[in-house]
Design a protein around this ligand. Structure first.
Ligand SMILES: *Cc1c(COP(=O)(O)O)cnc(C)c1O
Length: 224
């Protein structure tokens, strides 16, 4: 496993895809998903120039946080239970996986208590696949109207996951769906800025960039 070479290769693919899509390469941020590797490998990714690390479980985030501290920008990308929120507020730069009003309220409460505002993304289940978490697009307006007024959170954009094993056409449809949902919400709520679209993983980040992803979450392709 040559992590530094892998980082270089993935960054090249991100840049090339952005350019082909008529976008600035700097408009796409790479979050290295370190959930399957130890802190040492995570450190190697940072040494290769990646400044944002993503974890899907609070426990594995905390273990790496103990080693690497607040030097990396930490992203929580997996389903988050409300009783775990207290362990992460103030330590993570972005929570991608806010999928309920209840969770957003808890994050807001805990952030307020420590005098900070937590950046979040709202996660949507665009594909309708039952096993995926995320709010339904139909509930988006009610969801956002309840979350936007919370003083301890700041909504930065939306996040989704493509269905497992879907082909490229289906995957692109899901990514386009998230972008259109964002565009629609921005029209309805001009006071909100939903500039971030977190979508795309090792197998589909190029499709996601073509559909407007500003954050791609890449794990396995960096660690093989
Ligand atoms: C694991 C994970 C990723 C990274 O997936 P890879 O296929 O390993 O790149 C991205 N997003 C979420 C939410 C994940 O849980």
């Amino acid at each position: 496993m040559n992590i530094s070479e892998n980082v270089t290769r993935i960054c090249e693919r991100i840049e090339n895809t952005a350019i082909k899509a008529g976008r600035a390469p700097s408009s796409v941020k790479l979050v290295a998903v370190t959930k399957t590797v130890d802190a040492e490998a995570a450190k190697a990714v940072m040494d290769a120039g990646v400044c944002a690390l993503g974890e899907n479980r609070v426990q594995s985030f905390l273990e790496k946080y103990e080693v690497l501290g607040s030097v990396p920008q930490w992203h929580i990308i997996g389903h988050l239970q409300t009783n775990k929120v207290k362990y992460i507020t103030g330590k993570v730069s972005l929570i991608h996986s806010v999928d309920s009003v209840h969770l957003a309220q808890e994050i807001s409460r805990k952030a307020e208590r420590i005098g900070t505002v937590q950046d979040i993304l709202l996660q949507f289940n665009i594909s309708g696949e039952e096993s995926k978490s995320g709010a339904t697009p139909e509930s988006a307006q009610a969801f956002i109207e309840e979350v936007a007024p919370l003083v301890g959170v700041r909504i930065k954009g939306l996040m989704t996951m493509a269905p497992l094993g879907a082909d490229e056409t289906e995957t692109r449809k899901v990514f386009a769906g998230l972008r259109m949902l964002r565009d629609d919400l921005e029209k309805r709520y001009p006071d909100l800025s939903l500039s971030e679209l977190s979508m795309g993983m090792s197998g589909d980040f190029e499709s996601a960039i073509c559909e407007g992803a500003t954050i791609v979450r890449v794990g396995s392709a960096l660690f093989r």
